[in-house]
Design a protein around this ligand. Sequence first.
Ligand code: NAP
Length: 227
Amino acid sequence: MAGRVCVVTGANRGIGLEVARQLARAGDTVLLTARDLAKAEKAAHGLGGTVEPRQLDVADRESVDAFARGVSHERVDVLINNAAIHYDTWQRASDADLGVVREALETNLLGAWRLTLALLPLLRAGRHGRVVNVSSEAGSLASMGAGTPAYGVSKAALNALTRMLAAELRRDRILVNAVCPGWVATDMGGPGGRPVAEGARSVLWAVDLPDDGPTGGFFRDGRPVPW
Ligand code: NAP
């Protein structure tokens, strides 16, 4: 499987950085992206293998377009939409600041959507494309209750997008899946969660799927999560 060209968003820290590390270690070429180029360069410096640091703010259309134009490879095999913001434990749907909701949607939903669209020609060229949307059980309608409204709605919408893209890109042999990494001890998850490497493994499972693997699913640790 090694030798793929992989794009990881929000890869300067947390799960994204660990995913980039493991892909590079496996022999893949990693476009390690961050909204701050200096942070991408610093993160890339600490990894072995073939890692290209790039500026990419998924909430900024110009940044996304410039990134896509600047990819020097003939194809992209793997896109990992990992960047996300606003795990808003401080508010509820019944008192939500809609400005926060809008920001969450801009990054967590539209950011992933925008970048996928921009990279589609390169993903199609790869012939074995994988799009992995890093979601969360907080976006599962089956277990949805009160709290984290901006985050939960943005991840539920990302899950819906996952199903649509999977159906539409199946004929291009691009597998599109949503994954939940579990509760992970990162800046977002806070202390007490599972180690970052375990969360990353849950993401990489969907990257490493064979061509006849599932598409349009929602998984944690390789097992289905209820929508
Ligand atoms: P994290 O430590 O907070 O890292 C988030 C990353 O996203 C950072 O690199 C951040 O960059 C980047 N980012 C934010 N907005 C961006 C934008 N507009 N453009 C590009 N990058 C942007 O979070 P994490 O825990 O690693 O989470 C990674 C993924 O796992 C997210 O999708 C999250 O929702 C999901 N997840 C996490 C947990 C958990 O327990 N940690 C549980 C379920 C799902 P800056 O450094 O510039 O801010």
